[in-house]
Ligand binder design. Structure first.
Ligand SMILES: O=C(O)CCC(=O)C(=O)O
Length: 247
């Protein structure tokens, strides 16, 4: 990752359009996700596939892909834990969306430092409800959140940042080709609109932290973080030991 991109991340809280996989590799990942979708069903695929880097090999493969980890290392340093992974799969339809929020507000981490790589399994664009961000909002600190009034918010506890902190006219669409990633800061305000296309929009979020981060309170997900070392070392072991369980 170039110095300019690192600077842009620090300034804006995100970088986007970073190519990771191409051609047949992109199709392979999509085919593997399609198999998971067939087995688990669409309902579960929307937001019910969390922490599956521990038992689905291609999810672990993506979470530890050297090209992704090189970017994360440039932003976070050489010791990297995969905190969790989570698919956000939006099928065509007007009712599912993601409210404006910051990731770390309810994650119970101290310091509240995490970042996310969003891998596009499918092409993601304004029509099928790509992620949207408010540039620079990661510098506002942790903001109050309430509940979204509009139904269909895919977030775990229907959280939504207080809307007076969001200037939607400044929102940027993170359009990605399948096989690319964006990376966003844990305090960046982001969300996404409904999928108004006739195409699926599936993304894998990969959450990363450095080993000095500690879980100090229960997260909104109400389950322990399935954190695993992805690169470097974890001398602190603040998240305990999570075993990979591939068959
Ligand atoms: O994929 C989306 O639309 C939203 C993803 C998201 O909110 C997140 O990465 O925290």
């Amino acid at each position: 990752m170039s110095d300019d991109l690192v600077k842009s991340y620090q300034e804006n809280g995100y970088v986007t359009g970073i190519p990771i996989l191409k051609g047949k590799q992109v199709e392979r990942i999509r085919r593997l996700f399609n198999e998971v979708e067939k087995k688990e069903g669409r309902e579960k695929c929307m937001i019910g596939l969390r922490g599956r880097h521990v038992d689905i090999p291609f999810v672990w493969e993506l979470a530890t892909h050297p090209a992704i980890l090189d970017c994360i290392e440039a932003l976070m340093g050489p010791n990297i834990l995969v905190l969790s992974t989570h698919f956000f799969c939006k099928y065509p339809g007007p009712d599912k969306w993601v409210a404006w929020h910051q990731d770390v507000t309810y994650w119970g981490l101290e310091p509240p430092d995490a970042l996310t790589a969003w891998y596009a399994v499918d092409q993601s664009d304004a029509e099928n409800g790509c992620m949207r961000v408010i540039p620079g909002s990661h510098r506002l600190g942790i903001l109050d959140h309430g509940k979204a009034a509009q139904p269909g918010n895919l977030l775990s506890i229907n959280q939504q940042v207080r809307l007076d902190a969001v200037d939607e006219t400044r929102a940027v669409d993170l359009c990605l080709k399948a096989g690319q990633i964006s990376i966003h800061h844990g305090q960046l305000i982001h969300g996404s609109n409904p999928n108004r296309s006739d195409r699926r929009r599936c993304g894998l979020t990969i959450r990363y932290v450095a080993p000095h981060v500690k879980p100090v309170a229960e997260s909104s997900l109400k389950e322990p973080w399935p954190a695993v070392v992805a690169r470097g070392e974890d001398l602190e072991k603040n998240f305990g030991e999570t075993q990979l369980n591939f068959h």
